[in-house]
Ligand binder design. Sequence first.
Ligand code: NAD
Ligand code: LMR
Length: 328
Amino acid sequence: MSKTPVRVAVTGAAGQIGYSLLFRIASGEMLGKDQPVILQLLDLPQAQKACQGVIMELDDCAFPLLAGVFATDDPDTAFKDADICLLVGARPRGPGMERSELLNVNGAIFTVQGKSIAEHAKEGVKVLVVGNPANTNAYIARQAAIKVGRTNPANYHGMLRLDHNRALSMVAAKAGRPVDSLRKMAVWGNHSPTMYADYRFCTVDGQSVKSMINDEAWNNDVFQPAVAKRGAAIIEARGLSSAASAANAAVCHIRDWVLGTDDWVTMGVPSDGSYGIPEGIIFGFPCECKNGSYKIVQGLEIDAYSQEKLNKTLKELQDEAEAVKSLL
Ligand code: NAD
Ligand code: LMR
């Protein structure tokens, strides 16, 4: 092993997303097949025994890239010197709930963890919040981290990659083209039913997918609600929220951020004021990644339909930010 191991902290390690995620990180799918990793697992005291079981299974895979693994219930220990933090640990919703209803139970986790990351992780740490409501939890963690200083406030993200991948898959099926031939998908806003899955810029082999599909009723009445409510549909079908696809989305988000990509990817990032979204709101934007950093794709036309959608999802995020004011 020639490269220095990358330290990856994963919270909620004993949960169902953790069970899909850890093995893929250890096998090199997230950071590359030549990049050793050290996994630093955080979960609650009552989940430590289950974490030990997961560690036993990681050992039993004999992953060549797994240079170390430990579990703890102490955030400061879990985040010590971390290069990447995947904040998964939080309660999932059940049937009939909206993700925003989780703010009361999950919000407080992220003040503690944002502060701990800023105090103990590497200065260049990259943080991805998966636990719901992901945008506002990332907002809470970022605000707590900013109070400490030291880490880069641009590196606190919320996960919208699952929505991006869902949108890609649905548009590819509608267009009758392979999913990996599609380029330039965007999902704007909140990881909630107000998100706006925007395929206006999508191309296949340089051709516009929108003109290929040419069906506004499908966009409005089928595609938009299907992407927005896919999480609820999975809960309804499985009795549990999505896990393998969520873990896959986290792997994709970090892989593209670290290793770069030649396509647009949707990331929930702190707004820099782009497209009129107030600074600091964690908003899904189309991004391009290169050399370990990302930038929001600029200059896209926002037509009246899209502006209305952006306004709606922004308003929801602003209301969520208002609701967590006391935690900041
Ligand atoms: P789960 O209940 O199976 O596991 C959650 C784990 O987190 C448990 O092991 C629990 O002990 C742990 N945990 C709880 N509080 C913690 C804390 N303070 N510190 C560390 N660990 C803690 O849930 P899951 O299915 O793995 O889902 C986890 C979260 O991810 C949920 O909030 C879910 O809604 C969310 N999620 C988000 C997306 C997305 O696209 N953003 C997709 C799927 C699920
Ligand atoms: C999803 O989109 O599948 C997750 O956010 C889980 C949920 O509660 O919908």
